[in-house]
Design a protein around this ligand. Structure first.
Ligand SMILES: Cc1ncc(COP(=O)(O)O)c(C=O)c1O
Length: 375
């Protein structure tokens, strides 16, 4: 049997990883500023993470949501505390798309409506409704197409207001910083406007925090920079440091009913142990502070480099837009300088490192990029 060939691959096989580094099968070491797409939040094979998962595996790895799982309660309490949303409720699932799918369903259950506002260049996942609110026709199958989604321009308050006035809106879904779309930061005014309009029309504000959340921007949710609360936060990537686990944090105004949502694997013992160990490290090692500090440093230093069109982002979610003639830089960083970075179309390098990256590691990248830009 062959693999279903949907991923363009780099010819690299990673066999070992520790902290901010990975090694291939020839023992070549790479600096990882990509974290497998913003997934590695506390560093590869963090000792506390490995220990907690190993211990849990020796006790019980999985049982379904038909019995009490105290680890889920522990996780909800910890997440409430670290995220500063202690009165919210947690639904656990397995991936970012699934978290968004459930968030959009919850909104519709809540107000009985169907219309959703999403934004140009948004990415919310590949399942039915998540892909329908994603602005990329290439990945929307005919069966996913729906008239229920309205795409508005990003950061355009007037267009948003007009759309609210002429439609019966159920929910607005927005990334605090668009990731796949190229690191575009939602302005604080825009997020405040969404809050106000959702209040006025009793619609649900869904903060997709799958990529920009979990401490990456220096606050737990990047939406927190705006000073307003969303009704629902979705999270995944950094939550389990590589273990598949996702969550939906739900404001008390939305009340649960039995069987309203559900999943077989969501919130299993191993997933909770992984997620708890991540939060423990974020808290103990003050990783949100580190994300802000090293992120600010990187952004300041990047802005001094030549030829870059624009540097965007917050904390450790950084986009470096390069001119067309420098489109080889990302490849050179990987194959010449042995540094993993992410990308976004048409020519943006995305930095999504672990939250405990050091200034020394940031400097290694800055030096390599400088060499490439001067070449
Ligand atoms: C903002 C955002 N939402 C949702 C998703 C989907 O997450 P998953 O791939 O875990 O389904 C992604 C993945 O890149 C994302 O960046």
């Amino acid at each position: 049997m062959n693999l279903f060939d949907v991923y363009p691959l780099n010819d690299i096989t990673i066999v070992k990883a520790a902290g901010a580094y990975v090694w291939d099968d020839t023992d070549q070491k790479y600096l990882d500023l990509y974290g497998g797409h913003a997934v590695i939040s506390i560093g590869h094979t963090h000792p506390h993470y490995v220990q907690r998962l190993t211990d849990q595996l020796h006790k019980v790895g999985f049982y379904s949501n038909s019995i009490k799982i105290p680890l889920q309660v522990e996780l909800a309490e910890k997440l409430g505390k670290v995220s500063g949303k202690e009165n919210y409720q947690l639904f656990l699932c397995n991936s970012g798309a699934e978290a968004n799918e459930n968030a959009l369903k919850l909104a519709s259950f809540y107000n009985g409506r169907k219309k959703i506002i999403a934004f140009k260049k948004a990415f919310h996942g590949r399942t039915s409704l998540a892909v329908a609110v994603t602005d990329n026709p290439n990945i929307v199958a005919p069966v996913n197409q729906t008239d229920n989604v309205i795409f508005c321009p990003f950061n355009d308050e007037a267009a948003l207001e007009t759309t609210f006035k002429s439609n019966d809106i159920s929910a607005v879904i927005i990334e605090g910083i668009q990731g796949v779309g190229g690191i575009n930061v939602a302005s604080n005014n825009f997020l405040q406007k969404i809050r106000n309009l959702c209040d006025e029309y009793d619609a649900v504000y869904i903060a997709d925090s799958v990529q920009c959340g979990y401490g990456r921007t220096g606050k737990f949710y990047s939406h927190d920079h705006s000073g307003v609360n969303a009704d629902i936060y979705t999270m995944a990537k950094g939550m389990g440091n590589g273990f598949p686990v996702a969550g939906v944090s739900i404001s008390p105004k939305i009340q649960p009913k039995h069987f309203m949502l559900g999943t077989t694997f969501g919130g299993n013992h191993l997933a909770c142990a992984a997620a708890l160990s991540v939060l423990e490290i974020i808290e103990k090692d003050a990783l949100m502070n580190n994300a802000k500090e090293v992120g600010d440093y990187l952004i300041t230093e990047l802005k001094k480099l030549p030829k870059i069109k624009e540097v965007r982002g917050k904390g450790l979610m950084i986009g470096i837009e390069l001119p067309e003639e420098l489109k080889e830089v990302k490849k050179n960083l990987l194959f010449k300088h042995k540094i993993f970075t992410g990308e976004a179309k048409p020519n943006v390098i995305r930095l999504l490192p672990a939250l405990n990256i050091t200034k020394v590691e940031a400097d290694i990248f800055l030096e390599a990029l400088n060499v490439e830009l001067k070449a």
